[in-house]
Design a protein around this ligand. Structure first.
Ligand code: NDP
Length: 258
């Protein structure tokens, strides 16, 4: 019998209380990884860990706000004390918010950068010494909005464009240590992201319907297929890929207004 793809690997996955991060945690455990799941809300993390353990997996819930440096330090330290190593850092925690250059409050701008970008900087910095030992991998969950400009989501677009460039710069810096760093850039995916930002159910359903027309393959994405692309980039299957921003968006990034 062949070994599982992530056998003997340990992953820290942020944003794991919901959506893409949670789907990634499930897929990683299915593939043999031990996972540390991170987000602010404890309850969904504990429920996730219980269901992963019932399925025979190994998982640890570490509730943390990734904008807080001390919480990031504890996340990495507790991962090492629980599992002895770190092989994969998956930065999936994120928020979205509407706003243009004229309407974005400075506090909202800073909050977006803190959660979507600065948290990745600080967690990555703390993880590097451990990833260097394992020749590990980092996957950042960016967005099509990092690669293309969209109106009325200014701070979000800029945070994801920054994340893409951070991915490329860090990939170059860490290549000599054998650490690979990549990002994925999804189009619209059905999760709690938009509703958490304040979109009500009716507007969200209308947005998903409209999104069928803005994604050339004629549908939105689901968290499980995004998790598959994260698994690819985190695993040895992509062993010669680094600094890549992988579009997984039904062709959305190819389109131009006509
Ligand atoms: P969800 O809202 O379902 O999940 C977001 C996750 O981020 C939650 O687990 C949330 O947990 C966590 N999170 C938010 N802020 C913090 C914080 N300060 N500290 C720790 N965790 C935090 O959305 P998605 O799964 O869709 O989002 C995951 C990533 O995918 C995001 O980076 C998003 O930008 C990106 N993405 C999503 C797309 C989509 O259409 N859904 C498209 C393109 C990219 P908690 O509230 O418990 O802290």
């Amino acid at each position: 019998m062949s070994a599982k793809l992530l056998e003997n690997k340990v992953a820290v996955i942020t944003g794991a209380s919901s959506g893409i991060g949670m789907a990634t945690a499930r897929l990683f455990v299915e593939n043999g990884a031990r996972v540390v799941v991170v987000a602010r809300r404890e309850k969904p993390l504990v429920q996730l860990v219980e269901s992963l353990q019932q399925a025979g997996g190994e998982a640890l819930a570490l509730p943390a706000d990734v904008t807080q440096l001390d919480a990031c330090k504890q996340t990495i330290e507790q991962t090492i004390s629980a599992f002895g190593q770190l092989d994969m850092l998956i930065n999936a925690a994120g928020i979205i918010a509407n706003g243009t250059i004229e309407t974005t409050e400075p506090a909202a701008w800073h909050q977006m950068m803190d959660i979507n970008l600065n948290s990745v900087f600080q967690l990555t910095q703390l993880a590097v010494p451990h990833l260097a030992r394992t020749k590990g991998t980092i996957v950042n969950v960016s967005s099509v909005t990092g690669l293309r400009a969209f109106p009325n989501v200014l701070a979000y677009c800029v945070s994801k464009a920054g994340l893409d460039q951070m991915t490329r710069c860090i990939a170059l810096e860490l290549a000599p240590k054998g650490i690979r760093v990549n990002a994925i850039n999804p189009g619209v995916v059905v999760t709690n992201l938009h509703k958490t930002s304040g979109m009500d159910e009716t507007k969200y359903q209308a947005f998903l319907e409209h999104s069928k027309t803005t994604h050339p393959l004629g549908r939105v994405g689901n968290a499980d297929e995004i998790a598959e692309s994260i698994l690819f980039l985190a695993s040895e299957k992509s062993g010669w890929i680094t600094g890549e921003t992988l579009s997984i968006d039904g062709g959305r990034h190819l389109t131009c207004a006509r």
